[in-house]
Design a protein around this ligand. Structure first.
Ligand code: ADP
Ligand code: MG
Length: 564
């Protein structure tokens, strides 16, 4: 090996390492899940690159992950014969965090161990989790295609620096060697490692192997043999039939594909046959990622073609308003050399997108119907994204509309729990519209003077203050044959709801105040279209309304703020 150099971790990595070791200690065996997950990803990547460059296999196309331990050296080694890392890749990938949302993540940390552990989990733990159990980690890796004397060795004690140098490595791929901390000897056991691997890595589609062990009568202990055996089922989880997969396995698979540390909220697994043939295993996470509103964020699902991994973040597989969905789609029809550009035009992809959208909407409907608490979790995390669907997916507008949840004057709380169906079922006799108020906040909406008459008449009004609401309302014009109408607009047709007495009263009042109205009209003529006597106010003397076809005041303010 030639002289190695020492480099510093990116500041965020240092901070993450420190936090991880302290916050995740109670769940320390996840390091194995993370390292096996990375090894499996590396094999997927090699298989993908080898579609166009079969020579990268170097005559060895049987990809596997191997886990071994050495009691004397007190090490655990996780090896793969996947794509490997070049020196530059090792520096970039094992010394920095190049993810969007990193800054938000660090700004949310509190110093409270438990809360932080949860946050770190949401952020994704990955390679650095090695340092929970190891006080030194050595990575030896050779990138597929590079000569054996151009392998890289990376080493760190997880304190703030790592060294990197060039070395020899005959076999392609990566060995990660963990030098265990003083109290971690429990992992130096074939039984313990198998147990953890079965729990966390059974869904991995390649063989995860360990050395066979035998009881040695003389030494009176287990001795390892030179033979390797698989400790997992080693077939892609999504190709198994549903009855052969336990919930636990579905959950672990989710963690692998999503890089999430938490369990998923729900999933749907189907094989579709017919004109277009594919398998989908799609999950709804429990929480929004840090970068949900980031344009460069990871989104979409992993695409496989006939079990061969093709790409991460295949955003064409689902409409953008379902970008929170994670999982796998495995197509039997697409060509192996499909590119992102080709995906955009493919008819097979269109069929998959439509089919997957329907599946997710059904899954959400099922939650809304049968698991109300889970649906509330979903709504709190992803409701604002789902609302985008009203504009993006006209074909499913009605189904999406039924999944929406609102705050309303009925509940008198900012909890978004009311459905449009609830609202319609509670409509007053003679009421034929769905009324809403939009504002910058719940409180502002709730206190709008426009609500006075509605309150007096006991008519429910939906209160909306999310940024996407105005946009949604420009697409969601009616529900169940009833128009959605802003209380801030003119022509409310409240007359239909007025009783005889009130109608008579209004005519009298209008007559009585005619001279006043005319005077006001004259003096305000450059500033308003019309001055009218109204029944809509109860406590306030006057209010400004906008024409039926004009922009709402809230939207006007938003456009102004955006410099329009
Ligand atoms: P993630 O898996 O979410 O990308 P990790 O922290 O687990 O994040 O890994 C960081 C990166 O290091 C990976 O994206 C990959 O580029 C690289 N890496 C880690 N383990 C391996 C491996 N066994 N073989 C090749 N590259 C690896
Ligand atoms: Mg990883």
């Amino acid at each position: 090996p030639d002289a190695s150099q020492t480099l510093g971790f990116q500041a965020e990595v240092k901070q993450l390492l420190h936090l991880m070791i302290h916050s995740l200690y109670s769940n320390k065996e996840i390091f194995l899940r993370e390292l096996v997950s990375n090894a499996s990803d590396a094999c997927d990547k090699l298989r993908f690159e080898a579609i166009d460059h079969p020579e990268l296999f170097e005559g060895d196309g049987e990809l596997h992950v191997r886990v071994d331990y050495d009691k004397t050296a007190r090490t655990i080694t996780i090896s793969d014969n996947g794509v490997g890392l070049s020196k530059e890749e090792a520096i970039a990938n094992l010394g920095t965090i190049a993810r969007s949302g990193t800054r938000e993540f660090f700004s949310k940390l509190t110093g409270d161990k438990q809360k932080d552990a949860q946050l770190i989990g949401q952020f994704g733990v990955g390679f650095y989790s090695s340092f929970i159990v190891a006080d030194k980690v050595t990575v030896r890796s050779r990138r597929a295609g590079l000569p054996s004397d151009q392998a890289v060795v990376w080493e760190s004690d997880g304190q703030g620096e790592f060294s990197i140098g060039t070395t020899e490595k005959a076999g392609r791929g990566t060995d990660v060697v963990l030098h265990l901390r003083a109290d971690e000897d429990e992992f130096l056991s074939g039984w313990k490692l198998r147990e953890v691997l079965r729990r966390y890595s059974d869904h991995i589609s390649l063989p995860v192997q360990m050395r066979k062990e035998e009881w040695d009568q003389e030494k009176s202990e287990q001795v390892k043999k030179d033979e390797w055996e698989s400790v997992n089922q080693a077939n892609a989880l999504w190709t198994r039939s549903k009855s052969d997969v336990t919930d636990e396995q579905y959950r672990e698979f989710y963690k692998h594909v999503s890089h999430d540390y938490d369990d998923p909220l729900a999933w749907t697994h189907n094989r579709v046959e017919g004109r277009s043939e594919y398998t989908q295993l799609l999950y709804i996470p429990k929480h929004a990622p840090f970068d949900m509103w980031d344009r460069d964020a990871r989104r979409g699902v992993k695409l496989y073609v006939k079990r061969v991994f093709i790409m991460d973040d295949a955003e064409q597989m689902l409409p953008s308003y379902l970008r929170f969905v994670r999982g796998v789609i495995d197509s039997a029809d697409l060509p192996l050399n499909v590119s992102r550009e080709l995906l955009q035009e493919s008819r097979d992809v269109k069929a998959i997108r439509e089919g997957s959208t329907k599946r997710i909407l059904s899954l959400l409907e099922d939650l809304a119907e049968n698991k109300k608490e889970d649906y509330a979790t979903f709504w709190a995390e992803f409701g604002q994204v789902l609302k985008e669907g009203t504009g993006e997916d006209a074909a499913n507008l009605e189904r999406i509309a039924k999944l929406l949840r609102f705050a309303s004057t009925k509940e008198d709380s900012d909890a978004q729990t009311v459905t449009l169906e609830d609202y319609v079922a509670r409509m007053k006799e003679g009421q034929d519209k769905i009324y809403y108020v939009t504002a910058d906040s719940y409180t502002a909406g709730r206190n709008s003077p426009h609500l006075e008459i509605f309150r007096k008449k006991g008519i429910e009004v939906l209160v909306m203050w999310d940024r996407v609401d105005e946009w949604m309302l420009s697409h969601l014009r009616e529900f169940d044959g009833k128009k959605l109408v802003s209380v801030a607009k003119g022509g409310l047709d409240l007359e239909a709801l007025a009783d005889e007495e009130e109608k008579k009263h209004q005519i009298e009042v209008a007559e009585q105040f005619k001279p006043l109205v005319e005077r006001l009209q004259e003096s305000l003529k450059d500033r308003v279209k019309e001055v009218r006597v109204t029944l809509r106010l109860v406590d306030s003397p006057s209010c400004v309304v906008v024409g039926q076809n004009d922009l709402s005041p809230h939207l006007q303010r938003m456009l102004k703020a955006a410099g329009q």
